[in-house]
Design a protein around this ligand. Structure first.
Ligand code: ZN
Length: 138
């Protein structure tokens, strides 16, 4: 166990609003609620990000994230959901304990969350070279 805020929540040292809990997985409402029902799903064991989480446990976390996304549509009136995880500070990860955001989306969306993908302005991108670099480490 580490001293990040999620390990402290898992140990019961900090209160949280639980949505789901089993032996290995905890889901809590994000205190900032980017949208109504914004939930964080995490393994109870400490892994710093998704890339370091063992596959079987990762699948269990994602299964809970899927179920919460389904429940958000059935119970909260959401019309869509973003399910995402940030790995590393450059990707926007602020708490170094793997967690998945489940962010319900509404047709009338008053929340403070959006994803914008813009075309990369680097004109020297060589897709076959990039693909080869990735493939070599798979
Ligand atoms: Zn932790």
């Amino acid at each position: 166990m580490e001293d990040d805020i999620f390990c402290m929540i898992i140990r019961g040292e900090i209160p949280s609003t639980k949505v789901y809990e089993d032996e290995d997985v905890l889901a809590i409402l994000d205190i900032s609620q980017a949208t109504r029902g914004h939930t964080l799903v995490m393994p109870k064991a400490h892994y710093k990000d998704m890339l370091h989480c063992p596959g079987e446990l990762l699948h269990r976390v994602m299964d809970v994230a899927q179920r919460i996304g389904q429940a958000a549509i059935k119970s909260l009136g959401a019309s869509g959901v973003n399910i995402l995880t940030n790995a590393g500070p450059s990707a926007g990860q602020t708490i170094p304990h793997f967690h998945v955001h489940v962010i319900p989306r509404y047709d009338v969306d008053t929340g403070g969350f959006e994803i914008t993908m813009k075309e990369n302005t680097d004109k020297d991108l060589n897709l076959p070279v990039i693909a080869q670099e990735i493939k070599e480490k798979l």
